[in-house]
Design a binder for this molecule. Structure first.
Ligand SMILES: [Zn+2]
Length: 145
């Protein structure tokens, strides 16, 4: 499945796929086209089906961040709690500081219109990576869940 995403001005009031509220005519919306190309042998590689989804820009970012920050569930039951060493504590502290600065940048990026979608996705991915790192260093902090 392929996806095309672009921002356009709303010409006709429509409904946001994420929050279900109307997107007002004249405001900006994120248009998301999903399609699947059929195999060349079938009909010369023509798109055989597609559909559109419309989002408020903020809603598109919200659902995008939610999607990239989903991480595999780590099984912790039955595992002994090992006291943290000073090395682990300082590694965790560094990861938390890095996350705080990325969160700042993300906050700034989502406050600027037009949105720099690539930047927002990039920052979301970085947060995701830090999550994986801190899990390695003794587990996910409560506030990160
Ligand atoms: Zn919405």
């Amino acid at each position: 499945m392929n996806t095309y995403v672009w921002i356009k001005k709303c010409k006709k009031q429509s409904i946001c796929k994420h929050c279900g509220k109307p997107i007002v005519k004249g405001s900006y919306l994120v248009m998301c086209q999903m399609y699947r190309e059929s195999k060349k042998e079938d009909n010369g590689g023509k798109k055989n089906w597609w559909f559109f989804r419309r989002f408020h820009p903020q809603c598109w970012i919200d659902q995008g961040i939610a999607a990239v920050s989903k991480i595999p569930v780590v099984e912790t039951r039955g595992r002994k709690r090992v006291p943290m060493t000073d090395g682990t504590k300082s590694a965790r502290f560094k990861i938390m500081q890095r996350r705080a600065s990325i969160m700042q940048r993300l906050k700034k990026a989502t406050a600027e219109v037009p949105y720099d979608i690539d930047k927002i996705i990039h920052l979301g991915t970085m947060i995701d990576e830090l999550k994986a790192e801190i899990i390695e260093q003794g587990g996910l902090p409560k506030s990160w869940e």
